[in-house]
Ligand binder design. Sequence first.
Ligand code: X2N
Length: 450
Amino acid sequence: AFKKNPSNIPPIVETIPFIGCFYQFAKNPLKLVRSSYDKLGEIFTLHLMGFKMTFVLGPEAQALFFRGTDEELSPKEAYRFVTPVFGKGVVYDSETEIMYEQLRFVKNGLVLSQLKKAVGIIQEETEKYFENKWGDSGEIDLLYEMNKLTILTASRCLMGKSINKSLGQSGQLADLYHELEEGLNPISFFFPNLPLPSFKKRDAARAKVAAIFHSIIQERRRSTDDSVDDVLYTLMNSKYKDGSILEDEQIVGLMIGLLFAGQHTSSITLTYSIFYLLNNLEYFDETQKDISDIVTKENQGEINFDGLKRMNRLETVIREVLRLHPPLIFLMRKVMTPMEYKGKTIPAGHILAVSPQVGMRLPTVYKNPDSFDPKRFDVEDKTPFSFIAFGGGKHGCPGENFGILQIKTIWTVLSTKYNLEVGPVPPTDFTSLVAGPKGPCMVKYSKKQK
Ligand code: X2N
């Protein structure tokens, strides 16, 4: 008899029916994926809670993932569980064509001219934050602080000063937003219908956040101030190919998604970068020399886009941090039509996954993969899909330049104002959707003498 969906990919022995190796996966997903790679090579299938997850590892196999079309490999089907948070009809919940048009709108909101303006905004917000919150010296949880700061900087870049007003009015947007994100539990990927206690709060919080964003949009429409020009402005003035404009509900959903995307990935990478810089003083000294030459001497303290672009060492430090600690440890698609890889067939219905975390630590891809060596990026890494912290292909991260710019600006302000004292680089917490350092990350700071 013929089997349905024949698969000739090496499977992991399914120790327990249905559950498969879910227990090992939940305990340490990266260890399981890495040990399976060591046993079975660049492509294998794990059986997890009735899902068949086929992993592809290494640049060549990862190309299959990133080059697939949405008709072959659907992000929408794999990421359904994020819809209650971001909203219906946006991000991964819209029709393929609409999704690409929305991506184009977002990219238009993050063009060069916008990035140049963002630098000044981020500098201003960051200076204000430290003046109001930090004072002369003390001890803080760095991850918590960077998260608070990036919600301010990212939301200012997305919605301009409107957001400050409503942060002041309701005073609670940050808290509401936090309740909303608590609803993004990775376990919902496996159990989309499991009612978690956080979901009630999530839905209530989403309704309130949406109401605030709706009122910002309406205020914008009434306003006669034509100097505003941010991502929200771009979205409000974007047109689909058929001439229609975005519905308000879609704009709200996109703003929620972008705020989430711009905040956590940045604050995590910033925190890890600071730990690595202060634990590797040769690189710290190099970045401080660049900052002093470019910002202090050439530009009298003004941080600008062109100056930041020339901070090459800081850039390679950030990229090396992202290689070792990509905040998104897995990316997934649902296989819609069977895919071929080196004579192996991946049947429809499988989840195809890449792991930036495991894939960028393979010794065949990077020498001494577990050591921190920013110099490896001094020469451009030309192999397609070896560096995948920002994904790649058609769905490659549209926020890459913004994120790096945001990290560079904040580090420049922070390191010119304060001396920091940190412990060793913290381990990673893999239980949330965006994997960051296990907190608290206590850091001592003291203001530099002028
Ligand atoms: C048994 C809990 O269950 O301990 F955010 F506009 C906004 C990435 C989606 C990864 C899903 C791991 C499951 C561990 C269970 C936007 C900036 C994005 C991009 C452990 C004990 C989001 C789900 C991870 C399954 C692994 C979705 C983000 N740029 N941000 N323990 O990405 O882009 C966005 C894009 C996903 C996953 C899992 C466990 C656009 C347990 C308890 C249990 N996975 N995973 N973004 N696990 N336990 C983002 C990509 C998009």
